[in-house]
Design a protein around this ligand. Structure first.
Ligand code: NAG
Ligand code: NAG
Ligand code: NAG
Ligand code: NAG
Ligand code: NAG
Ligand code: NAG
Ligand code: NAG
Length: 924
């Protein structure tokens, strides 16, 4: 069903921008880097044992030269050597030398030249092959010496040059840095550029006298450059064995912040452009975070220092990931909170010290780092940084995305993100079910055993299984791999249904694929099964933060549970969302839950995430057709008393989403009345904004106000119009002076003149203002009106007169926005129908626009009348739809389905609302 997608996107843009931002912010990490990674793998017949590298950058000319010695061992008899070297790297075959090493009886090493016949790149691969004159025997060791030359880039690939403004002189300063993740070491020197080849590096790097070079390991000594007078040559400590992509250095004039000497190891140094800034607090925070991670793993990284570089401007959004160095934007470093620091520091253990076997495993690495960073933030500040919402923001977006018929509609990047979020929630589930200590100890032995090595997902699951079985937190015939893979390998989530037998105190529990969008005709859905922890809570146990008394639903479709409480006591499954799955109950159990939540005791006994979950699940299940709307509405009754923003947050999304969905019917007015009854007490109690209030309170007030305004709550409309008058009277008032939440009510409830004023402002939108403001204004102009007249006026401008004030992107945005409400799409269909010939002439050749136009005009109807309108339109212009033929046909199929839904559900909703509203008028 396409309907909801459009609506949801619209809703999100309007309301949930902050949530989305939170998700995105957490995600400046790796996944995008691993897409399209080249599979130029090397044969494992010759392996490196160590490298010796010298690099000489020429900053002015943006080039570098260097020399590498690679100590190699032959695993098989072989006459050629293959190694990675990027096309940008220049190697001269005649200067490459290979010497076989033998030890004589005095244990002295002697070298014997081996002739290299020729060298060259494999076609279209970054692999360089050297052909030898003689066969070299298995177990031989050789020293390969290669001089090379390359370029310094302005983009963050390989060795790059960046700029910033000197905070004292205001001059432009240059720095050099490397970004070798995931496979750009081959741009810097010829090497075995795969994570699995972990060997030590001995490195020297040249730099101009007035710069400093920071490398993976500390400086050993500095010599004047033998040839260049204004250059120095720095020698660094030999590194521990490490992957090529964790190699890195920075050549810079940033100053080291002077801190009192700290005796604990490693030393954490901060480098910055801000001489006068006080990094004491940041420094302490870094130590605290470091200490927390170290204690968690009981492992100190084998590097004596970590350099943290606050670079003002970086040409990459992703973390650079050098072992022993963190490169961050200074704004990022100075930010409040610990999450980003924890995640970056964690990569010194997970990612650098232990490394995913291949990039396909990177998601597991990312998910684990992200989960642990969250764990550390909770340890350090109790989760204040997440506003109490971890992991609800990502959980809700997963519930939403994965219950579509076609999740993430072919957007690969989004797919990788959801996969990684889901894996993060699997870690959270394992932490709760195996218990914090088993989880931690399992990770401890996992990191201990994979230091200086690579790992696969299976290595991790085995470590957790072994620990859990040892600790008795997992039955011996189960294993974590089966559990984890049932969640990770299936791109979906399960729904649990509980049917109690109140006489026998038992229940039957079923699992099936969770689908929200209709129709539920996903192929092979009956084969999908998960390992699900069934944690049953009763009125007595719901308060306890104890998650260990659950049973595993072991990949079977149905289980029975016994020993449930008396028939007058509810049960709750999946308290605090310990696993990412919704739960449905029989009506009697829902009913007991609804009643309990309406008591003050009940609200305080049921924990916050669980209250949010009950609401979220009830609504979504009703929407999915799994539960009666009457029951779902009953579950909202307690919101009249609810004051916690975490519980409110899914409700706002729902009011928005659902309100738009039913806005074609008469029921919508009653729904608005109902939401006003729920929201007004909250809004009134919140009162005016006070200075020191928490961000979440401000946010909640803003949302409450937005919805109240939209439902026509009189005090809000009055306020909005007053503020809008200012604009009417003084047309030069910048748009951003009008509070955003007032714009929509004025366009909706206000006059045509008020609306036209907005339109005029849009066409004269100042170039100096951010485009996002113009987009916002356009969306409000299109999405808010409840009169067709306004929409028709706009359609006249953009569809008939080729008004140059609207670009093609504007038109796409308008078409998209019109799908957000029945006034919009109904007007659009009527307009297109009326002006068919002209519109067809103008747009049919632009397939992109044409398809969107037909899709928007027909796709959103959800009633029988809607079906008839679209069918008439289709019949009238049969054969004239061109590329959009299948689109309108799909619309017709969907509408049929939706109309059935409306027929079934709208009467139930209407009846519930009528009963409620008449009761509440009587009692007032
Ligand atoms: C040579 O080195 C090996 C291993 O390092 C050692 O076992 C052996 O005793 C040494 N031989 C001599 C002659 O020093
Ligand atoms: C800023 O410029 C001064 C004077 O040239 C120089 O000494 C200092 O190292 C520069 N600082 C940075 C952070 O580039
Ligand atoms: C931490 O590691 C040390 C060895 O480095 C070991 O002796 C100690 O028992 C470990 N502590 C715990 C709690 O596992
Ligand atoms: C891990 O589980 C423990 C309880 O066993 C809980 O206190 C902790 O918050 C969990 N960590 C995360 C990040 O959810
Ligand atoms: C949690 O519940 C289990 C089973 O009911 C019990 O054995 C355990 O002692 C409880 N743990 C805590 C911390 O209450
Ligand atoms: C799950 O457990 C049941 C009962 O113990 C057993 O019969 C079944 O084979 C198990 N299924 C799987 C997939 O492990
Ligand atoms: C674009 O907007 C400006 C300002 O309102 C107006 O003067 C102009 O006529 C508009 N262009 C068209 C083609 O309508």
């Amino acid at each position: 069903m396409t309907n909801i997608k459009g609506i949801y996107i619209f809703g999100i843009l309007l309301l949930c921008a902050t949530q989305i931002k939170a998700t995105v912010k957490r995600d400046i990490d790796v996944s995008s880097l691993y897409m399209g990674i080249s599979e130029d793998r090397l044969p494992k017949e010759i392996v490196p044992l160590s490298y010796e590298v010298q690099i000489e950058p020429n900053i002015e000319e943006q080039t570098f030269s260097g020399f590498i010695k690679i100590h190699l061992r032959w695993i098989n008899d072989l006459k050629k050597i293959s190694l990675h070297a990027h096309f940008d790297l220049t190697l001269e075959d005649t200067k490459i030398k290979l010497k076989q090493m033998t030890r004589d009886f005095g244990n002295r090493t002697t070298f014997e030249d081996i002739t290299i016949l020729r060298g060259g790149r494999l076609p279209r691969k970054s692999i360089y092959v050297l052909h030898l004159k003689e066969l070299v025997k298995k177990d031989s060791e050789c020293m390969l010496e290669i001089p090379f030359e390359g370029n310094i880039w302005e983009t963050a690939d390989g060795l790059f040059r960046g700029h910033y403004t000197n905070s004292t002189t205001l001059d432009q300063e240059i720095y050099l840095a490397t970004n070798l993740k995931p496979n750009n070491a081959r741009r810097l020197f010829p090497c075995f550029d795969e994570p699995g080849f972990k060997v030590p590096f001995t490195v020297s790097i040249a730099r101009p006298t007035d710069f400093t070079t920071i490398f993976n390991t500390p400086l050993l000594r500095t010599d004047p450059h033998p040839l260049l007078s204004n250059y120095m040559l720095d020698y660094f400590d030999k590194t521990p064995p490490m992957s090529t992509f964790t190699f890195g250095f920075v050549v810079t004039k940033l100053q080291r912040w002077n801190n009192e000497p700290n005796l604990s190891s490693p030393t954490i140094n901060i480098w910055s452009n801000q001489l006068d800034a006080d990094f004491k607090e940041i420094h302490e925070k870094l130590y605290l975070t470091y200490q927390t991670i170290k204690d968690y793993f009981n492992l100190t990284i084998p590097l004596p220092k970590i350099d943290v570089l606050a670079i003002p401007d970086l040409p990459t959004a992703d973390s650079i990931g050098i072992w022993g160095i963190l490169i961050m934007r200074d704004t990022e470093l100075l930010k409040k909170g610990n999450f980003v620091l924890a995640r970056e520091l964690l990569s010194q253990w997970i990612g650098s010290w232990i490394t995913p076997e291949w990039w396909s495993e990177a998601n597991i690495n990312k998910a684990l780092t992200s989960f642990l960073a969250a764990e550390f933030v909770m340890t350090m500040d109790g989760g204040v940084e997440f506003n109490g919402k971890y992991p609800m923001t990502i959980l809700y977006s997963l519930y939403y995305e994965l219950s579509k018929r076609y999740p993430h509609s072919r957007i690969t990047k989004m797919k990788q993100e959801t996969e990684s979020f889901k894996t993060e929630l699997v870690f959270r589930m394992l932490n709760f079910t195996l218990g914090k200590f088993t989880f931690q100890n399992g990770l401890r032995s996992f990191t201990l055993n994979h230091r200086y090595k690579t790992f696969t997902g299976d290595d991790l699951w085995v470590a957790l299984s072994n620990q859990a079985i040892k600790d008795g937190t997992l039955e011996t015939h189960f294993n974590v791999s089966d559990i984890a893979k049932s969640w990770i390998n299936q791109n979906r989530l399960p729904l649990i249904t509980v049917n109690r037998d109140y006489d026998k105190a038992t229940a039957i529990i079923d699992q099936k694929l969770y689908l929200r969008e209709r129709p539920h005709d996903v192929p092979e859905k009956d084969k999908m099964l998960w390992w699900i922890p069934i944690l049953v809570s009763t009125p007595d146990s719901i308060k306890l933060s104890n998650y260990t008394s659950y049973v595993w639903m072991n990949g079977t479709r149905q289980i029975n549970i016994a020993n449930l409480p008396k028939s007058n006591q509810f049960i709750i499954i999946n308290k605090e969302e310990i696993g990412p799955f919704p739960v449905n109950y029989d009506p009697q159990n829902w009913n007991m839950l609804s009643n309990y939540l309406q008591t003050a005791n009940g609200r305080s006994a049921i924990p916050t995430y669980t209250r949010a979950k009950l609401l979220h699940d009830a609504w979504n299940l009703a929407y999915a057709g799994e539960l009666s709307f009457a029951t779902a509405f009953d579950m909202t009754l307690f919101m009249k008393y609810e004051r916690n923003h975490i519980v409110w947050s899914p409700v706002f999304t729902f009011i928005d989403h659902f309100g738009r969905y039913i806005d074609m019917s008469e029921v919508h007015k009653k729904f608005e009345q109902y939401t006003t009854i729920l929201l007004a007490p909250l809004y009134e109690e919140l009162g005016p904004e006070s200075e020191n209030e928490e961000h979440s309170v401000t946010e909640m007030r803003k949302l409450a106000k937005t919805f109240l305004c939209r439902s026509g709550y009189q005090p809000c409309i009055a306020e909005a119009q007053k503020s809008f008058e200012l604009w009417l009277n003084e047309p030069d008032t910048p748009f951003d002076r009008i509070p955003k939440e007032y714009i929509c009510p004025v366009f909706k409830w206000g006059s045509m003149d008020e609306w036209k004023l907005g339109l005029k402002h849009l066409s004269q939108f100042p170039k100096s203002r951010p485009q996002s403001e113009r987009t916002f204004l356009l969306k409000m102009l299109v999405g808010c009106p409840s009169e067709q007249e306004k929409i028709n006026h706009l359609l006249q401008l953009v569809l008939l007169e080729s008004n140059s004030n609207f670009t093609e992107n504007d038109i796409l945005l308008i078409l998209n926005t019109l799908t957000g409400g029945s006034v919009g799409y109904t007007s659009l269909l009527k307009f297109v129908s009326k002006h068919w010939t002209l519109i067809q002439e103008r747009f049919q050749n632009n397939t992109n626009l044409w398809d969107k136009l037909i899709g928007s005009a027909t796709g959103m109807f959800a009633t029988k009348e809607g079906y008839n309108m679209v069918k008439d339109f289709y019949d009238q212009h049969r054969g004239e739809f061109g590329s959009a033929q299948h689109i309108i046909e799909k619309s017709l199929r969907n509408i049929k389905e939706e109309a059935q839904w409306s027929d079934q559900n709208l009467p139930v909703i209407e009846e519930w609302l009528e009963t409620y509203l008449s009761k509440s008028t009587k009692s007032n």
